[in-house]
Design a protein around this ligand. Structure first.
Ligand code: ADP
Length: 150
């Protein structure tokens, strides 16, 4: 059974995440969307809300599970027997950042990171930009799945 996790904060899930999940699920038997909980970080949306947005967006896809986790991603992978980490790449900055994390994860474990390049037209979308639009009362609906409503 090929199981991958797609870790992130998803504060909130965007159409960029949606695209990577939608394409990534075809590569694995199960894709676990893993919402990382970091008690030092301040989030716009509470954990339950972030989870609900993702569950609702993928309610018709049985291969997708949504969970929350704390601590090192590779430890969580071992816990749930996931052999792969899925990540999205938008630009050179993502590549440099992800490269360091993937090398570190390889050093700590046998887990392979699989990268998917963002679809054209989605590379500018990030959760931080969406939060900025929301904070300033802009129309965020074209940047997120329909399940994200405030
Ligand atoms: P983190 O809190 O780890 O930064 P994010 O929720 O921002 O997590 O992102 C999780 C994953 O989704 C990362 O691999 C990131 O590169 C990817 N991602 C985010 N936005 C996009 C996008 N627009 N296109 C492709 N991948 C994306």
């Amino acid at each position: 059974m090929k199981r991958a996790i797609f870790p992130g904060s998803f504060d909130p899930i965007t159409l960029g995440h949606y695209d990577i999940i939608h394409r990534g699920v075809t590569l694995f038997d199960e894709l676990v969307i893993a919402i990382g909980v970091n008690s030092d970080k301040k989030y716009m949306f509470p954990l339950e809300k972030r989870k609900q947005f993702i569950e609702e967006a993928f309610k018709d896809e049985p291969k997708i599970k949504v969970v929350t986790y704390e601590g090192l991603t590779v430890n969580f992978c071992k816990e749930i027997d996931a052999q792969f980490i899925l990540r999205g790449l938008r630009n050179p900055a993502d590549f440099e950042f992800e490269k360091a994390i993937a090398h570190t994860n390889r050093k700590l474990s046998e887990i392979e990171t699989v990268f998917l390049l963002t679809s054209s037209g989605k590379s500018y979308i990030s959760s931080s930009i969406v939060r900025d639009v929301i904070r300033n009362n802009g129309d965020y609906t074209g940047l997120v799945p329909n399940s994200v409503r405030i």
